[in-house]
Design a protein. Structure first.
Length: 356
């Protein structure tokens, strides 16, 4: 739903399904671990694995698990690890991987280029079994040379990284925290001296990318007007008493607001029951004589999919408590969501539907 909660909720759901499968299976795998949407299990044979797959897919209608069997040599990738038939491990790269990284001649901070060497080396030592380590380090050197990195710089930083991994880790609580953090655009001849000065004053200086020709040329789409956004939660205020109404629409917001405005104009032609059902803001305008301030309508949240609107509207109504919403008008949702409603509402970023 475009919310910080998405990853946590997905993890909870996947963990629930897989835990249930492991506890209820009459013949569970001897070993099973998962990370986000990838799982790794050890089974006696393919039939054993397929029976577990059938069980885990029977526990959910909203998720479908697939399976990948080991290759003929017994190896199987899991995340960026290639697990071999003898249980040794090496770094896994997809067949589409091009080994293209930041070129050494690129106008980027030297720290960024050095970090590439360190990170590739650190990954090799953390993942590779001893029998695969030398091959991986040789491959890293070849990659870096092809991307323009000097041999001496590569060897120096790879050795430093190896030595750093052997040293005992320092206590994070003893580290000196910077008094502030500043991010500025990177300029080759200016950024390094500025960083030296900032360190003396305990200011952490980071660098952002400059505006590039690629960034300019790839912005091929114009930003649509907010009023044309579909799948939104919106808020309409009364222009006189300040009461508000929260609603949802799957269509462009402009169409839904046009309906509210139409019902407000035709309010006297509708029965009280029809008007309350069609538009609460029109009913409020008729019964109080107040003018609705449609021009001050806010978009509280834009959803990626219409299926997310009910819970978002429920959070808006229960937390913001708009006076014009009918009693119990919030869409019905699973009670398990109730404790999360304030957190969901806190992710809203209200902005005007009409240009100011």
């Amino acid at each position: 739903m475009g919310s910080p909660l998405t990853v946590a909720l997905a993890e909870i759901r996947v963990t629930e399904i897989e835990t249930t499968a492991l506890l209820t299976s009459p013949d569970p795998p001897s070993f099973y671990r998962h990370f986000v949407d990838d799982g790794y299990g050890r089974f006696r044979d393919k039939d054993h694995a397929m029976s577990f797959l059938t069980l885990i897919n029977s526990l959910s209608d909203d998720l479908v698990y697939t399976i990948e069997h080991p290759a003929d040599n017994g190896s199987l990738p899991f995340l960026d690890i290639l697990i071999h038939g003898d249980n040794s491990t090496s770094v896994y790269r997809k067949p589409t991987h091009t080994d293209t990284y930041t070129n050494y001649e690129t106008s980027a901070p030297q720290s960024t280029k050095d970090a590439l060497i360190r990170s590739l080396t650190r990954r090799a030592y953390n993942i590779c079994s001893p029998k695969h380590l030398d091959n991986e380090l040789s491959h890293i050197r070849k990659i870096l040379i092809n991307n323009g990195y000097p041999h001496q710089r590569i060897d120096t930083l790879m050795h430093k990284t190896k030595d750093a991994l052997k040293r005992p880790k320092t206590d994070p609580s003893t580290a000196v925290e910077p008094v502030s953090k500043v991010s500025i655009p990177y300029f080759p001849n200016l950024s390094k001296p500025l960083r030296c000065i900032s360190r003396r004053h305990q200011v952490k200086l980071t660098f952002s990318s400059n505006l590039t020709l690629r960034n300019i040329l790839t912005k091929t789409k114009s930003t649509p007007k907010a009023i044309l956004t579909p799948n939104v939660i919106y808020e309409i205020p009364c222009g006189q008493c300040g009461a508000k109404y929260c609603g949802q629409t799957k269509r462009p917001l402009q169409k839904r607001l046009s309906e509210h405005q139409s019902f407000t104009r035709r309010a006297r032609d509708l029965s009280d029951t029809e008007l309350q059902y069609a538009s609460a803001v029109a009913h409020h305008s008729l019964t109080t004589g107040h003018a609705i301030d449609f021009e001050s309508t806010l978009i509280l949240h834009s959803a990626q999919h219409s299926s997310q609107l009910d819970i978002l509207e429920h959070a808006a109504i229960k937390v913001r408590k708009p006076a014009l919403n009918r009693l119990h008008s919030a869409p019905s949702i699973n009670p398990q969501w109730t404790p999360l409603l304030p957190t969901i509402e806190s992710t809203f970023k209200p902005h005007p539907a009409y240009p100011q």
